[in-house]
Design a protein around this ligand. Structure first.
Ligand code: NAD
Ligand code: TYD
Length: 332
């Protein structure tokens, strides 16, 4: 397959490109990425000289460029997004541009150039907070913050292109990912790197919000399966099946880093903080997917990765990040 991957220089996209080239030796990948603060060429430095991999810097909202790079591919997989809820509360504009208009731009190119397959990467957050039970793919979307609302907008456009034009689309909605190369604004890499530096861990509210954690390599295997075996027009949830309260996760991180619980600093809650996400993954399991990594082992491997890759994350926590951190946490 010749693939276009958009947003491939971010966390999940870079893991996905590495997964594809490792498991399908004849595949080729073009990565179109704008290199926002979250896009990092270092995430794929090991593929720089691989003749099967090519990088193009650019924006998925740029219709001319998108048509140029998508022409002739067998499939496109869209990871490009503004992805952090807290940033969407402060500066939502970029979320609407990339997560809605960017998706629309890709869909129009897929339609016009008759690209055989388009996989759109979405999130369990589009279902909104789920107090009981687990969200099914057929459930209505009820997003509750600017990030999830813009992702839901993207999803609805994808499905609209299927219903009206039979554009060959598929959507995955995964739960919270963790693993190597995750930008240290998200809770696991933030707390791991803060703990390694003996800095406090800002835990929102009562610490009892629940997320369902999925190791990034399990998600990549699920997305790859959906890409090759999924049904057109279908949505697939991909959940880790490991739901845990933030306070429990925080204590595990402190245990793995060998740091004291006195580092936990309860701070003012995130406005509109969704209490719990939970997805039913029966449909993707029926395709043949199952998570291969046990949560405890994967979290330990992740902590070990951040411990061993200080040269990767330390530059990311300086410069722009300091200003972001002050704005985000300073007043709490
Ligand atoms: P990320 O923020 O680490 O990476 C996003 C990438 O997209 C970056 O490389 C960035 O430069 C690129 N990008 C942003 N705007 C762009 C634009 N306009 N044009 C081209 N490239 C652009 O995000 P991630 O955590 O890897 O998430 C990838 C996808 O998975 C997103 O769509 C996100 O909504 C979804 N998702 C993430 C999680 C999670 O836990 N991280 C869970 C479920 C779904
Ligand atoms: P996050 O990694 O931002 O993912 P999402 O909000 O998309 O689920 O946050 C995961 C959980 O951790 C969420 O309930 C918010 C909480 N959290 C904190 O308690 N402190 C923090 O500093 C951050 C970033 C998140």
């Amino acid at each position: 397959m010749k693939l276009l991957v958009t947003g491939g220089s971010g966390f999940i996209g870079s893991n996905f490109i590495r997964h594809v080239l490792a498991t399908h030796s004849d595949d080729r990948v073009v990565n179109l990425d704008k290199l926002t603060y979250a896009g990092n060429p270092a995430n794929l430095a090991d593929l720089e000289h691989d003749p099967r991999y090519a990088f193009v810097q650019g924006d998925i909202c740029d219709a001319t460029l998108v048509r140029d790079v998508i022409r002739g591919v067998d499939a496109a997989v869209n990871f490009a997004a503004e992805s952090h809820v807290d940033r969407s509360l402060m500066e939502p504009d970029a979320f609407l541009k990339t997560d809605v208009f960017g998706v629309f731009t890709l869909l129009e190119a897929v339609k016009e150039l008759k690209i055989p397959r388009f996989v759109h990467i979405s999130t369990d957050e589009v279902y909104g907070s789920v107090e009981r039970g687990s969200s099914r793919e057929s459930d209505a979307v009820r997003p509750s913050n600017p990030y999830s609302a813009s992702k839901a907008g993207g999803d609805l456009l994808v499905l609209a292109h299927w219903h009206t034009h039979r554009v060959p689309v598929l959507i995955t909605r995964s739960s919270n990912n963790f693993g190597p190369y995750q930008y240290p604004e998200k809770v696991i890499p933030l707390f791991v790197t803060n703990a390694l530096d003996d800095q406090s861990l800002p835990l929102y509210g009562d610490g009892k919000n629940v997320r369902d954690w999925l190791y990034v390599l399990d998600n990549c295997a699920g997305i790859d399966l959906v890409l090759r075996k999924g049904g057109e027009g279908e949505v697939y949830n991909i959940g880790g099946g490991h739901e845990v309260e933030n306070i429990v996760l925080t204590r595990q991180i402190l245990q793995l880093t060998g740091k004291p619980e006195t580092l936990i600093q309860p701070v003012k809650d995130r406005p509109g903080h969704d209490r719990r996400y939970s997805v039913d993954s029966k449909k993707v399991r029926q395709l043949g997917w199952t998570p291969r990594h046990r949560f405890g082992d994967a979290l330990a491997a992740t902590v070990a990765w951040y411990r061993a890759h200080e040269a990767w994350w330390r530059p990311l926590k300086s410069g722009e990040f300091r200003a972001y951190y002050e704005k985000q946490y300073g007043h709490r």
